[in-house]
Ligand binder design. Structure first.
Ligand code: PNS
Length: 160
């Protein structure tokens, strides 16, 4: 079965990779869909985010990295998928994720959102936390792939 794992991935973290690997094991094929978010203040361009994802996922089978804009449910339908994967960390995620899942279900009742609990070691991890630490010169090498680590150093090299 083909499933969609959507997100901003600004940038991809080891928490995302963990969810993608586990979803691939369960469902067989994962489309990682990067939101083209013009309104959001992204650190990485859409091209950079896709490239960093492709690099981090290059050794995993049956993964496609794609982009989408507009409604996720329309994109999901256009790919012939009826499962959306989301990772759940703390309780605070739950409220936002439940709202999003129910909004998507109200738009198309055939599309189910499936939640995977984050692995404990990544329970605190988010792209925002990674950017915050990296922006102050902190070490994020355990939290992201080596390419993302290098890309973050490059982005923040003049800010200290
Ligand atoms: O990684 P993120 O930022 O938590 O991902 C959020 C994402 C991309 C899944 C969500 O913002 C999204 O689906 N945006 C597309 C617009 C949409 O479909 N909104 C209606 C559902 S709430």
């Amino acid at each position: 079965m083909k499933v969609i794992y959507p997100g901003s991935f600004d940038p991809v973290t080891k928490g995302h990779i963990d969810i993608i690997k586990r979803a691939q094991k369960i469902f067989g094929e994962v489309i990682v869909a990067v939101l083209v978010n013009n309104s959001k203040n992204s650190l990485f361009t859409i091209e950079e985010r896709v490239e960093l994802l492709q690099d981090a996922l290059k050794d995993i089978e049956n993964i496609e990295v794609d982009t989408f804009s507009g409604l996720l449910i329309n994109y999901t339908e256009s790919k012939g998928c009826n499962r959306i994967i989301r990772g759940l960390r703390a309780i605070s995620d739950y409220e936002v994720e439940l709202q999003m899942a129910l909004a998507n279900r109200s738009l198309n009742g055939n599309v189910e959102t499936v939640f995977l609990a984050s692995s404990p070691e990544f329970n605190f991890l988010s792209s925002s936390i990674v950017k915050e630490i990296a922006s102050f010169g902190g070490d994020v090498s355990d939290l992201v792939s080596s390419s993302v680590n290098e890309a973050l150093k490059e982005k923040y090299k003049n800010i200290k």
